[in-house]
Structure formats: C-alpha cells, structure tokens
Design a protein around this ligand. Structure first.
Ligand SMILES: Cc1cc2nc3c(=O)[nH]c(=O)nc-3n(C[C@H](O)[C@H](O)[C@H](O)COP(=O)(O)OP(=O)(O)OC[C@H]3O[C@@H](n4cnc5c(N)ncnc54)[C@H](O)[C@@H]3O)c2cc1C
Length: 397
C-alpha cells in the first residue's frame, strides 16, 4: 500500500498534494521560540515542542521516541525507543539519532498500559505504525498522533564504531554519542560528532574530517533505504526536517521545515504561531522539496534507476517507474553510492576482525575521494571524469 493511499485515507482534509511532500494542509519554515527546545534540539526543536505541547494539553499520556541508553545495559546498544511521560523525560531524549532501533518494546507497553500515545519516527517507521493501526484496534485507539522525521537514510551502529576509531578510541569504550553537537557560531550543516567514553572524557570531530562523514556518499546506509521513496514522512500527522537552504543552513541555531497534515495538529501550530511560541513562516511544497533536493533525487531518480537494475527476486512496487534513462554520470553516482553502502559495513567488519582500523579508514578515504571526483568534480579524478563524461558540467549529488 503506497504512502499516497495511506495519507489519502488518514487525511481527507489535506487537499494540497505534491509529488515530493505528499498530502498536506500547510507547510512552514522556522523554529520553536518557547523555552529551550531549539537549543536542545538537533534542528529548530519543533519535534520535541510538538510532542511536549500534546502532553501539556492532555491529548496524550506518553511519547514513543528514541532515547540514549545507559552503557551499563548489557547489550551495548546506545539508543532505544522508550516512552516518555513527562516534559523533562521528553526533553532528555531530544536530538537526532542516526542509529538502528526497533519498536517492539514500546508497542508492547502501549498495548499493556491504556492511554493515548504519540509516536515519533522516520518515514518507514511511521508507515509501519499506520499499517499496524489498520489491523490492531487497540493500537488504532491508543496511538493518537504520529510525528515524522524527514529522512535521507538510516545508518548502522558500525558508524559509531568507525567514528570512535577515527577519534582514537576503542568502540567498546563509547558510552554515548551526540551526532550533531550544536554550535550557534557555525553553520547548522557543519556537523560535529561528539563521543563520550566510559571514563567520562569526550572527543569530537567534524564530520567532514571523518573518512565516512559525507552523509550523501552512503556509508553504512541500511540496504532497505535503497528502495524507499518517502523522504518527508508522508503518512505522519506532522513531519519535520532541517531547512537545508540558505540563509537557514548557515544559522547554527537550527531551523526546521514542517509539513502539517492533521487538522488538530494544524490548530495547535496555528495557535502557537499566534502566541509567538513558534516562529514559523508559511512556505510552499516547492520550498520544502528544495530543502531536501539531494534526498529526493536519490529517492526518485536514483530509485527509478536502482529498480531498473535490481536483480531481486521480488521487485518492490514503488511510486516511481523503473528506468535506465539517465545521463552516464548520474548512473555512475548512484552505482558508486550503492557500492559504498554495500561495501563499507563489510570492509569495516573485516578491519575489526583483523584489528586493523586503517584497512577500513584508508579504504573509506579512497572511496570518498572517488565519490567526490564523480559527484563534485573534485581532485585529479574529478578533472578526468569531467574530461571523459561531460566537460561542460560540474554538478553536485
Ligand atoms: C535517520 C535520520 C535521517 C534523517 N535525515 C534527514 C534528512 O535527510 N533531511 C532532513 O531535513 N532531516 C533529516 N532527519 C531529521 C533531522 O535530523 C531532525 O531530527 C529533525 O529536523 C528534527 O529536529 P528537531 O530539532 O525539531 O528535533 P528534536 O527536538 O531534536 O527532537 C528529535 C526527536 O526525535 C526523536 N528521534 C531522534 N532520532 C530518532 C529516530 N531514529 N527514530 C525515532 N525518533 C527519533 C528524539 O527522541 C526526539 O524526541 C533525519 C533524522 C533521522 C533520525
């Protein structure tokens, strides 16, 4: 069942529609002005603000979202879904976690403990929740709101281990990670990762100094993301992402883009705008799409190409048609990204087995410079690719 069909059933009032954004009532760019939400959030703090407002209004009893775990817990996982029932708990879980998680525990808790809940999740999780709500009457009643996070792709837990290696630490010593340390003095899109070790010390590095820190190159991407076509959490009551467009991307305080689909949430947002608790300017679907241009290219044009090349026994039915009709350079970019996503976890595992971190980091650096040559015409390889493929063009990803 496609996101379009699910959204049409859930949000009949959302009559605006766009191929990149799905159905929606309204769209905005801005941030939370109330309290510490923006400072504590990865972006403009709106996801935590909306969840907190639903709690404060008594519309829900709990929020299922992803929170840090104590490093004492025996499975060594750094994050997990949990249900926060107070604003303080909720705020403690702010920030983006590019880390694999699953919903079974919180779904069990929602079934066991009566109440109304909101679920925060990336698009595939929200879609899964909506499909489950169609079959499960208890969860249909209890999951009263869904808050979506825009998504480029999900990373594996190995990325944390790799970051640790590159910061001179042993993966086993990592107790916590902040993927996006906030620094108001620097552009929002200059990500800095900070790890906290078991002895309490911290280490940090900018993503662009990390061999696998270019998000778009696809290191440690979950393979399922190759077949996803939902960037803006099209089946969520409200979905939020980062405003990756100037002047917002240069504003280190963080700015959200927001797509509202549910009339109740629309009312809440409108009231808060009027009270000055949210600073939001209306935008159109094209603006939202431009903030996610690279992600949408990968999930539309790139997906269409991957579907046409797919040798899977079952070819997933998506909202774009399979096609090989692309410029040669674009095809190579998509193939390279797929190769990086496929090989980075394998090479990492081998390097770990051999206790030879450089095997992975050097391999990743080589892959990254080839990707940068292909995608951004960087370095000698970039010049050669330009000469070979399209001398006139120097495009991005
Ligand atoms: C894997 C992933 C990929 C993303 N890709 C993009 C992208 O391509 N483009 C874009 O614009 N934005 C993307 N985002 C969203 C972006 O990183 C911010 O989360 C979003 O802008 C909200 O910021 P905020 O300050 O409003 O949220 P905050 O106030 O920081 O609150 C974030 C809330 O989300 C919860 N949360 C964090 N990680 C997860 C998770 N994995 N699953 C479920 N809940 C979680 C937290 O517990 C917290 O409640 C991605 C997020 C994730 C997790």
């Amino acid at each position: 069942m496609s996101e379009d069909r699910i959204a049409a059933e859930l949000y009949p009032e959302a009559r605006r529609w766009d191929a990149s954004v799905g159905s929606f009532l309204s769209a905005y760019v801005g941030h939370a002005t109330e309290g510490e939400f923006r400072t504590r959030g990865s972006s403009g703090g709106l996801v935590s603000w909306v969840a907190a407002e639903l709690l404060r209004r008594g519309l829900i009893d709990g929020v299922a979202h992803v929170v840090p775990r104590s490093c004492e817990e025996d499975d060594g996982r750094l994050f997990a879904y949990a249900i926060s029932r107070t604003e303080a708990e909720l705020q403690g879980g702010a920030k983006s976690r590019y880390y694999p998680v699953e919903l079974s525990q919180v779904l069990r808790e929602m079934r066991k403990v009566p109440g109304r809940y909101a679920v925060i999740g990336i698009p595939c999780f929200i879609k899964a929740v909506q499909l489950l709500r169609r079959e499960d009457t208890i969860l249909r009643e209890r999951i009263a709101f869904t808050l979506g996070l825009f998504c480029g792709h999900m990373k594996s837990a190995q990325m944390v281990d790799s970051f640790a290696w590159q910061m001179g630490a042993a993966p086993a010593d990592v107790a916590a990670i902040d993927y996006r340390l906030k620094d108001e003095r620097r552009p929002a899109n200059w990500y800095t990762a900070q790890i906290t070790l078991r002895d309490g010390s911290t280490r940090r590095k900018d993503w662009w100094h990390l061999a696998d820190g270019d998000w778009g190159a696809g290191f440690f991407m979950n393979p399922a993301c190759n077949f996803c076509d939902d960037v803006t959490a099209e089946t969520a009551d409200i979905a939020m992402g980062d405003a990756w467009l100037e002047p917002y991307s240069s504003d280190g305080r963080g700015t959200n883009v927001v797509v509202v689909r549910s009339p109740i949430v629309q009312e809440i947002v409108a009231e808060a705008r009027a009270d000055g608790r949210l600073s939001l300017d209306p935008v159109d679907a094209d603006f939202i799409a431009r903030t996610q241009a690279a992600g949408l290219r990968q999930r539309r044009e790139g997906l269409s190409y991957r579907l046409a090349r797919s040798k899977l026994a079952v070819r997933p039915k998506k909202r774009v048609a399979p096609s090989l009709r692309l410029p040669r350079r674009r095809k190579l970019i998509y193939r390279m990204r797929m190769a990086i996503s496929r090989w980075s976890p394998r090479l990492f595992r081998l390097a770990r087995l051999l206790r030879w971190p450089a095997l992975y980091t050097q391999g990743a650096r080589m892959a990254l410079s080839s990707y940068h040559g292909l995608a951004y015409s960087r370095g000698i390889l970039g010049n050669l690719v330009d000469l070979w493929l399209d001398p006139a063009r120097r495009d991005g990803d």
